[in-house]
Design a protein around this ligand. Structure first.
Ligand SMILES: Cc1ncc(COP(=O)(O)O)c(C=O)c1O
Length: 420
């Protein structure tokens, strides 16, 4: 009874989202994971579906989430310390597994120290809370992830202290930096390492050069922050991410354990002083229980694996399968955004066609993500494919064969009809 009017108001809002095409579809439920068999990679069962599915929409780039060593680490940590921490970090909720993971990720990304969070999302919010000041100006890429944009809002950054540059456009970044007034004491340039809808990467070396050029103009300098959630573990010769690929390490690195490493949780890595400031000031770190010891132990094992021979093998297969898929799209005459990252967008450039193709792939047992307006601008409608290290040559061939068959069977769009 008490909820009646609120429910009505929410229903109107939800109807609005549906009308605008911004509502998320109902969530599919995975009920079982089936390990690879011969030349067939992992498959998944979904509630209400009798066939098995090939996931081409998972961020688990190294395919580690069912790795026996990760499961074993999680299991042993749980048996020793239990399933939950019982309190926040500063009230004796800190376990040896939390500390070990912080040391391990800091070493992996080449920074003095790190703090772990429940997710990269909350890490970005915590970072903004830790380094925001009335004199800070934030400069970000137009296509930055929602968590960075939300972090600015949570940290109460006024609109006058923000500048957005066109995606990966260094002339525009230069224009933004040139325009920052003398009253500003600190500048933070923040950008995704890999842009998750496109698979392209930030030009980290160019951004760092521009930051260096302006550094002396501001009391606290110009700081570079990369959120490399899709790069760490998946990109660069040893999986150290976009900075390894570009050969330049930004001042602060944010990342996740929930994508290439196959577990969960996020982190901030940087100087010891920064990390102590995070511990003291980041509400999304201070006032919430930390990750379970199971997550931490599994994530540490994932980094160890990534950093060893097995990691190199997985990265090599990831690169090969990505190349195979990209070449297959080329051979079919399909449009993508070039680059070696395992996020491979297929630019369909038509809403009805994108939706129809996603549905046909689903019917053929392949899970992908379709991006249509207003998530992407009209004309940029895309299907995002993500390659994982456990995909086999046969899996990728299957996806390409299904794509070729279903594209040929799709009715022509009105535009195409006009052309013929
Ligand atoms: C750039 C970026 N940052 C943060 C996140 C969120 O990561 P997490 O699931 O660890 O919160 C994502 C995931 O989609 C991302 O792409």
């Amino acid at each position: 009874m008490a909820m009646e009017r609120l429910n009505r108001a929410l229903e109107l809002e939800l109807e609005g989202l549906q009308r605008e095409g911004r509502a998320k579809p109902p969530e599919r439920v995975i009920t079982a994971c089936h390990p690879p068999q011969g030349d067939i990679g992992p498959r998944y069962s979904l509630a209400g579906q009798s066939q098995l599915f090939l996931r081409m929409n998972s961020n688990s780039y190294l395919s580690l989430s069912s790795h026996p060593q990760l499961i074993d680490s999680a299991d042993r940590a749980t048996r020793r310390c239990g399933v939950g921490p019982g309190a926040v970090r500063f009230i004796d909720g800190t376990y040896s597994q939390h500390v070990a993971l912080e040391e391990r990720i800091a070493r992996f990304v080449g920074k003095e120290a790190a703090k772990i969070f429940n997710s990269a999302y909350t890490a970005n919010c915590g970072l903004a809370l830790s380094i925001a000041s009335p004199g800070t100006c934030w400069v970000g890429d137009q296509l930055n992830h929602n968590s960075i944009i939300r972090a600015m809002r949570i940290a109460g950054v006024p609109s006058g202290n923000k500048a957005i540059y066109r995606h990966n456009d260094m002339a525009d970044l230069r224009r933004c930096l040139d325009g920052i007034g003398g009253e500003v004491t600190r500048v933070v340039i923040v950008f995704d390492g890999i842009f998750s809808m496109r698979g392209d990467h930030a030009p980290v070396a160019d951004i760092a050069s521009l930051a260096a050029l302006h550094h002396e103009r501001f009391a606290d300098g110009v700081i570079t922050v990369v959120d490399d959630s899709h790069g760490i573990g998946a990109y660069g010769a040893t999986g150290r991410g976009t900075s390894e690929f570009c050969g330049v390490l930004p001042d602060i690195i944010v990342g996740t354990f929930g994508k290439a490493f196959g577990v969960n949780g996020g982190f901030i890595a940087g100087s010891r002083t920064l990390i102590e400031a995070v511990r003291q000031k980041a509400d999304t770190y201070i006032y919430t229980n930390p990750l379970s010891v199971a997550d931490c132990a599994a994530a540490s094992t994932a980094i160890d694996l990534c950093d060893g021979e097995e990691g190199r093998r997985r990265l090599a297969n990831l690169a090969e399968r990505t190349l195979q898929f990209r070449k297959g799209l080329d051979d079919l005459g399909l449009e993508s955004i070039p680059g070696p990252h395992p996020v491979v967008p297929l630019l369909v450039r038509d809403t009805a066609r994108t939706r129809a193709l996603v549905a046909r792939l689903f019917a053929a047992g392949i899970l992908v993500v379709g991006l249509t307006y207003p998530v992407v601008p009209r004309g940029d409608e895309t299907i995002r494919f993500q390659i994982n290290a456990a995909h086999t040559e046969a899996d990728i061939r299957l996806v390409l064969d299904v794509l070729a068959r279903e594209l040929a069977a799709l009715p022509a769009t009105p535009n195409e009809k006009e052309q013929t």
